[in-house]
Design a protein around this ligand. Structure first.
Ligand code: G1P
Ligand code: ZN
Length: 553
């Protein structure tokens, strides 16, 4: 049992920890673990203490706190408020029912000049007692905390001996209100309105509205997670889409048992509606905390790498971007579809490691306007997080302008720029040891591939991706194994940094065809040679016993 001391008065506790805590992965901007782990005594408190000890400006600063509504959200807000008061934070802004999407949190941090924000979410991981919970720290620019800061927090967790907390009854989050905990001011605000105002500044709502009220039926699946109330207000109340447009629109603590990850596997109902039905012209879904998006048209799935390219190519349709883009960026495993568009527009295209935080410096230094990842993340310089509903509105704005179907827009795009056939294969819940051995073995053998045939081509380059940040010159190593072929095809392998059960191996496959080739193939067929070759080379089936990936995107 930890030893509890009373400090200066009988409401401020300094709790000594029996053993030093550490579970956070170095280099990650938060802690994501099973809900049960977070229920262990002092677990949440220990990580929050490290944040309060390290985050600059905590004392007398403003802090934003909220989450995606999963089990544990309200309790965590209560604990963080009481710990913030013990650390003499000046003001905490939190939200009604604790509901705050990640993009809305990023916006609040920026508009209130907060020292940072604590977002309670495990993003696209399942929730509830048997699911996951997470605590993520964002910095004063509104984006995920920098690597330097998270490494300091990590070091702090390893030597932590005690944490500080105030005794106080939970404050009421049922409606907007103002409270004090000791001398700390707590403001409970609506977490939706500010975000909607921001969207109104970026897009032409009248134009989108005329599309949606004109027989253009759309379906949005919030997957019982945080975007429900945002999407209902935006799409149904303000833009006038048919009532019922938003499905699974009430945030539930366990997301109704579903996995709030907008892809063809976990948003299958929506995918069936669009890919096998004729009623809807457009479909979209967002993840647990609202930063990811999946876009579907009638009989058409839009690959996220293509989505980034289409948004870039058509950015002049959106008022906020009508004067041109500063530049664009994509994560390394994202296909080079956007590179081709950037070249055409005469703007720079940056290649960063996986993870949104790497876009932060490029956005802050005014080098890029739009950026995205293959993992259903797209965003712009309006905030410092990816933004699911922003991407949905962007697509609707383009469709309102172009007056064509999603499928036609994709065909027009490929006919102009060529097509990057692309797929990601995820092998989930592999034992960590097997995954590490497999990965290590591939890395060792990469140099032997250079100049040799692979999938009917020649290997021009093979390495473990290293990134040098052009703004602060920091170097990040070990960001994924790359096999680059003469014709521009690529195979990338990474081990996930966000999974919580065993290891997840991600294999990214890409091959480019110019516009005078067959643009209408099934990607799995177009990529079959690459798929076969990487399985043989990396011994995926042999080492994991898995004959197919868990998720194919
Ligand atoms: C995954 C995605 C990555 C994204 C991250 C957070 O990370 O692949 O693009 O930034 O989730 O949403 P991974 O599990 O691959 O480390
Ligand atoms: Zn997310």
């Amino acid at each position: 049992m930890p030893f509890i001391e009373l400090s200066s008065d009988d409401t401020h506790f300094s709790v000594a920890l029996p053993t030093p805590f550490t579970d956070q992965k170095p280099g990650t901007s938060g802690l994501r673990k099973s809900t049960k782990k977070f229920q262990e005594p002092h677990y949440l408190e220990s990580f929050v203490e490290a944040i309060f000890q390290i985050l600059p400006g905590v004392q007398d600063g403003v802090l934003i706190v909220g989450g995606d509504g999963r089990f544990g959200n309200r309790n965590a807000i209560d604990v963080i408020l009481r710990m913030a008061a013990a650390h003499r934070v000046k003001k905490v802004i939190t939200t009604v029912d604790g509901i705050l999407s990640t993009p809305a949190a990023s916006h609040l941090i920026r508009t209130h000049k907060a020292v940072g924000g604590i977002i309670l979410s495990a993003s696209h991981n399942s929730g509830g007692l048997d699911g996951d919970f997470g605590v993520k720290l964002n910095g004063p620019n509104g984006g995920p905390a920098s690597e330097a800061l998270t490494n300091q927090i990590y070091s702090c967790t390893k030597t932590l001996e005690r944490y500080h907390i105030i005794k106080n009854d939970p404050i009421c989050l049922n409606e907007p209100g103002n409270f004090f905990i000791k001398s700390m001011y707590v403001e409970v605000i609506d977490g939706i309105d500010g975000y909607i105002d921001l969207m109104q500044q970026i897009f032409d709502f009248d134009r989108i509205s005329s599309l949606l009220t004109n027989d253009f039926l759309i379906a949005f699946d919030a997957l019982n997670a945080v975007t429900g109330p945002y999407a209902k207000k935006l799409l149904e109340e303000i833009l006038g889409s048919r009532p019922g447009t938003v499905r699974n629109g009430i945030p539930l603590e366990d997301f109704g048992g579903c996995h709030p990850d907008p892809n063809l596997t976990y948003a299958k109902d929506l995918a069936d509606l669009l890919l096998n039905g004729q009623e809807y012209s457009f479909g979209a879904a967002c993840d647990g905390d609202g930063d990811r998006n999946m876009i579907l048209g009638r009989n058409c799935f839009v690959n996220p790498s293509d989505s980034l390219a289409v948004l870039t190519a058509n950015s002049s349709c959106v008022p906020a971007y009508s004067e041109g883009l500063l530049g664009v960026a994509r994560s390394m495993p994202t296909s080079a579809a956007v590179d081709v568009v950037a070249k055409d527009l005469g703007i720079n295209c940056f290649e960063t490691p996986t993870g949104w935080k790497f876009f932060g410096n490029l956005l802050d230094s005014g080098q890029i306007t739009i950026c995205g990842e293959e993992s259903f993340g797209t965003g712009s310089n309006h905030i410092r997080e990816k933004d699911g509903l922003w991407a949905v509105l962007f697509w609707l704005q383009i469709l309102a302008e172009k007056k064509c179907s999603v499928k036609d827009l994709m065909m027009q795009h490929w006919s102009r720029f060529g097509r990057h056939y692309y797929s990601r294969h995820d092998y989930e819940s592999i034992s960590s040891e097997i995954a590490q051995d497999l990965y290590g073995n591939v890395e060792l053998r990469l140099p032997s591939l250079i100049g040799k045939p692979f999938a009917g081509q020649n290997v021009s380059h093979a390495d473990n991706f290293i990134y040098k940040d052009s703004v602060d010159s920091s170097i990040t190593t070990n960001q994924g194994l790359r096999i680059l072929l003469d014709d521009g095809s690529r195979v990338i392998m990474r081990l996930s940094g966000t999974g919580t059960q065993g290891a997840t191996l991600r294999v990214y496959l890409e091959s480019y065809v110019s516009s005078n080739n067959d643009l209408n193939q099934d990607p799995q067929i177009a990529l079959s040679q690459l798929i076969e070759s990487i399985d043989l080379f990396a011994e995926i089936t042999k080492r994991t016993g898995m004959t197919r990936p868990t998720v194919i995107t």
